[in-house]
Design a protein around this ligand. Structure first.
Ligand code: 6PG
Length: 250
């Protein structure tokens, strides 16, 4: 695995870097095959990246497949629905074919049924392109203060999933919504993973994930075996790293 850590003095710099990585990942993927695939997180952090992508008119959207990293089990029009957010901030503004959009649909009777349906979609994608496990070109992740990423929360059974591509998750905190998430076998089969983190409240989790080889936090388990893992951090999120000066990006 190829790992990089970059700290940006401005949020614009961080978003520029994320956009550059997206464009490069697509260019590289399209050199060897006819499509580029990306899996997108919800949360606040990637919103400026989606806004920038939404005006990338010349991007090969017709050859792009978009997946979701995770979803809360709430209806599409709920303000915590990730697909609603991704759709309104990005997808509806670009000429992507609906058949290349792979949402996690929450109108199924249960989170498990939603996860099963998403798994079927991922399985047919694999069949169409002769893959055993989805090999997504670019996965955009965030990180929570507790070290969660996607909807992989500390001490939950989803972390030890080895076979399935998507599972339902019940967060330990009962005030939190049930979720559906991509599993580690899919995240760790990606070509590139970008972890974006902004703010002081992320600094502790970022330090643990970046510096502790033995960490069992969910975000520490994301290690794309045949791929790259890049942390794009603002100065606050990177503020507790011991060697932070080394990572400042100019
Ligand atoms: C989601 C993601 C979650 C998110 C982190 C960070 O909320 O949809 O599943 O993993 O990326 O919680 O969230 P922020 O970007 O809002 O800080």
């Amino acid at each position: 695995m190829n790992r990089a850590i970059l700290i940006f003095r401005s949020k614009e710099g961080l978003v520029d870097a994320a956009l550059r990585r997206w464009l490069n990942a697509a260019r590289d993927a399209l050199k060897s095959r006819e499509f580029f695939s990306a899996a997108l997180s919800g949360g606040n952090t990637p919103a400026p990246l989606y806004a920038r992508l939404a005006v990338e008119r010349d991007f090969p959207w017709h050859n792009t497949h978009i997946f979701q990293v995770d979803e809360r089990f709430v209806p599409y029009d709920h303000d915590e629905n990730n697909y609603h957010f991704i759709n309104t901030s990005l997808l509806r503004h670009v000429p992507i074919s609906p058949k290349n959009i792979h949402p996690i649909l929450t109108f199924e009777p249960s989170p498990q049924a939603s996860a099963d349906r998403y798994e079927q979609d991922l399985t047919s994608f694999c069949k169409s392109f002769r893959m055993r496990v989805p090999r997504i070109d670019l996965v955009i992740l965030g990180i929570g203060e507790d070290g969660h990423t996607a909807s992989l929360f500390p001490d939950t059974p989803a972390l030890s999933e080895k076979q399935r591509f998507a599972v339902a998750v019940t967060p330990a905190d009962p005030s939190k919504k049930e979720r559906i998430t991509l599993t580690l076998p899919v995240l760790n089969n990606a070509v590139h993973v970008l972890v974006m983190a902004l703010g002081k409240n992320k600094a502790g989790a970022v330090r643990e994930v970046v510096e502790n080889d033995q960490s069992t936090l969910p975000a520490s388990l994301v290690k794309p075996e045949k791929g790259s893992l890049t942390f794009l951090l603002d100065e606050d999120a990177g503020s507790l790293l011991s060697d932070k000066k080394r990572f400042i990006s100019r």
